[in-house]
Write a protein that binds this ligand. Structure first.
Ligand code: ME8
Length: 672
């Protein structure tokens, strides 16, 4: 068993959490859950950074004491982490005595190395970053490169830390194997910054009261970053009462510190790229000076952006996905954030992208497939799982996908891990379309082969759901229970063959109900309008929409027959147009015009539609395409085949030209 210590940044308490803080913490939680399932002994830390000028000013603006502000925001963090199912082992606050004692202890050790001196300091300061910048680093008009707000000219007497003394040691550390700073592109940036020459760092302030008093320097307080970074060891007990003179932890915390910081396990700091320099330059230098072990890895991820700018309170473009969370649950947000961002790169956040991902991946690919399989298996097995396994082609596909998944998880490529699982789901769907168990189910002679196909499909869903446990801690167990599988406590069951045969299989309830995107976005726009004090425009909000989904009677009464052959809007809405994906296509014997299509309209089972398009399209040309269909057409028989719908096409020179959405959307999406 390996030890695995994992930390998030400790967040400032000047404002409530937003999607950026949520992201880092969800990533850390996913890693922690994965490592635990792999059998590691994990210690997962998060917390809050409560001292410094930024907090002092935010509290003054509200006319309250800094600690009151901190208490309020900390309550909010606790609530949010509970809601998001964050499985941290500890939450440290820098205002706690156990932390302050550790800050004093590390300062004492740095002082013993003769790495502090006092000097006058003048420079450009960004209070939001709590750091000085050189003129070269600033944007035009002396603006902070991170927040793009004006930096302040400052001059004060400070205690300095001899950062320059550690330049060579730091460069050697960056060159060690495996590289402690990740990803490689960011490691290069840090290396170049250090190689250009390090200036000593001012680590005290004389103008900030809400801070730890600097030991041995009356009138000075500890610079917030020297205070904050130390949380990673104070939370483990470093410097607590009874600490050893060798810097080991106090009696109470001894075990944790010895196990997780002094031991040979992993010590990983997960941070956003905005604070990589503090973690990959200052923090290791402080530790080198104090004679303490260094982290084994510092991983910097990218930013969530809105309109090309970092989402940040100081920039003023925060996204708080409270509404999405409340309406669609924790796991859907966890899934979106981890699937949408290539870990290490920037990504853009939008409600629309969230809903598209949810509908296509969770509602359709996972939810519908599971539900379709359970319903068919119950029908075939009289309320029981199939009595024999097939071990057909899905087995090999699953084995390949799981190798990819594990490799991606080890390198924190969460989007790739999820992609490999969804690729497997797509293979399972194609297999089902090819085998057509929903048809053969009526034939008693095919009972065994149908059972095998369904068992293989359900086993695939089981493997995907086990692999999803770190990502979807609430929903993955629900899917497992719904398909009659156990929820494992480790990953030993992440291999083909774990689903029972013949066990009872209860009726499945919807796990990922589809989101009506248009109604949600219209509702959100309406709410935003009313929050901004605007009157909602007719037709803009969901409430003002004409009768929805053909619900008659709500629209104002209009004459039954209109002039010039026109129809009323509710008559149009009676026609249910939906997006469908062509899963399979074949020619119809003895017909030069007709193709028999199997289409996925996001329903329990795919439908058959017979369409007159063989003169313009070959079966190969249309498989995999999305088309628009009339979904509520009464069934009709064409050349002896029952057709359930109609594919829309424009007609040119007597030949059909298929209609399709201009971008991919979830199968089953309503077209209006
Ligand atoms: O920097 N995209 O705290 P902080 C992605 N207290 N992640 C984001 C983000 C965005 N738009 N915005 C914030 C501090 N984050 C210090 C840390 S550690 C000893 C002290 C995440 O409240 C990301 O992890 O400003 C970033 O590094 C962190 O929140 C900054 O949080």
């Amino acid at each position: 068993m390996s030890r695995y210590y994992l930390t998030t940044p400790i967040y400032y308490v000047n404002d409530h959490p937003h999607v950026g803080h949520i992201y880092t913490t969800i990533v850390a939680d996913t890693i922690a859950r994965y490592r635990r399932l792999c059998g590691d002994e994990v210690y997962f830390l998060t917390g809050t950074d409560e001292h410094g000028q930024k907090i002092e000013r935010a509290a003054a603006d509200r006319g309250i004491e800094p600690i009151k502000l901190a208490d309020e925001v900390v309550t909010r963090y606790h609530g949010l982490w509970d809601q998001l199912g964050i499985s941290h082992d500890d939450f440290i606050r820098t205002s706690e005595p156990r932390h302050i004692a550790g800050v004093e202890a590390i300062i004492e050790r740095i002082a013993k190395s003769d790495d502090f001196y006092v000097a006058r300091h003048e420079g450009w300061y960004c209070a939001a970053c709590e750091t000085y910048y050189t003129e070269k680093e600033l944007l035009d008009e002396e603006r902070c490169p991170i927040h793009e707000t004006a930096a302040e000219r400052r001059s004060e007497e400070n205690v300095f830390f001899r950062l320059s003394k550690y330049q060579d040691q730091l460069l050697a550390w960056y060159d060690s194997e495996p590289s402690p700073v990740l990803p490689a592109t960011r490691a290069n940036e840090v290396r170049n910054f250090v190689a250009e020459g390090l200036r000593d760092l001012s680590v005290s302030r004389t103008s900030v009261d809400w801070a730890v008093p600097f030991p041995g320097h009356p009138g000075h307080t500890v610079y917030v970053w020297l205070d904050a970074l130390v949380n990673y060891v104070t939370a483990l007990g470093f410097g607590s009462e009874g600490a050893g003179t060798d810097g080991s932890a106090g009696a109470s915390g001894q075990d944790l510190y010895e196990s997780f910081w002094n031991g040979d396990g992993a010590r990983l700091h997960l941070v956003g790229k905005d604070i990589l320099r503090f973690h990959a330059v200052y923090w290791p230098a402080f530790l080198m000076s104090a004679g303490l072990p260094l982290p084994t890895a510092v991983w910097a991820h990218g930013w969530w952006l809105r309109d090309e700018h970092k989402i940040s309170k100081s920039v003023g473009n925060v996204v708080r996905p409270d509404d999405l969370l409340e309406k669609f649950g924790t796991d859907s947000l966890r899934y979106f954030l981890l699937r949408e961002m290539v870990f290490g790169q920037d990504a853009s956040f939008s409600d629309e992208a969230f809903i598209d991902r949810y509908n296509s991946d969770l509602a359709n690919d996972l939810g519908n497939t599971a539900s379709r399989l359970v319903t068919l298996a119950r029908r075939a097995g009289d309320g029981h799982l199939p009595s024999s396994r097939g071990d057909g082609p899905l087995r090999e596909a699953a084995e390949t996908a799981l190798v990819d998944y594990r490799a991606a998880m080890e390198s924190f490529a969460f989007n790739r891990a999820l992609e490999s699982l969804w690729k497997l789901m797509a293979t399972a769907n194609s297999y089902l379309v090819a085998e057509e168990p929903w048809k053969k189910i009526k034939d008693p002679a095919a009972a065994e082969s149908v059972g095998k196909v369904l068992w293989d499909g359900l086993e695939t869903v089981r493997l995907v759901s086990v692999a999803l446990l770190p990502f979807l801690p609430e929903k993955a167990p629900e899917v497992l229970a719904a398909i009659g599988a156990e929820v494992p406590s480790d990953l030993s069951s992440l291999q083909w063959g774990g689903l029972p045969t013949g066990a009872e299989l209860p009726v499945i309830k919807p796990i990922f109900p589809r989101i009506d995107k248009k109604a949600y976005l219209a509702g959100a726009a309406g709410e935003a309008d009313s929050k901004a004090g605007k009157t909602a425009k007719p037709g803009k909000s969901a409430k003002n929409k004409p009768a929805k989904d053909g619900a008659k009677g709500k629209a104002p009464k209009a004459p039954e027959v209109l002039e010039d052959g026109k129809i009323r809007i509710d008559q149009f809405f009676d026609v249910e147009l939906r997006v469908a994906e062509v899963k399979a296509a074949e020619t119809v014997p003895k017909s030069s015009k007709l193709l028999k299509l199997t289409v996925d309209v996001g329903e329990e089972a795919p439908r058959t539609i017979v369409a007159g398009m063989a003169k313009a399209y070959s079966p190969e040309q249309i498989v995999g395409r999305q088309v628009i269909i009339v979904a509520n057409l009464a069934p009709a028989k064409l050349m002896g085949i029952e057709s359930n719908g109609m594919v829309l096409a424009a007609e040119e020179d007597g030949l059909p030209v298929l209609l399709k959405p201009s971008g991919p959307v979830a199968n089953g999406t309503r077209v209006r």
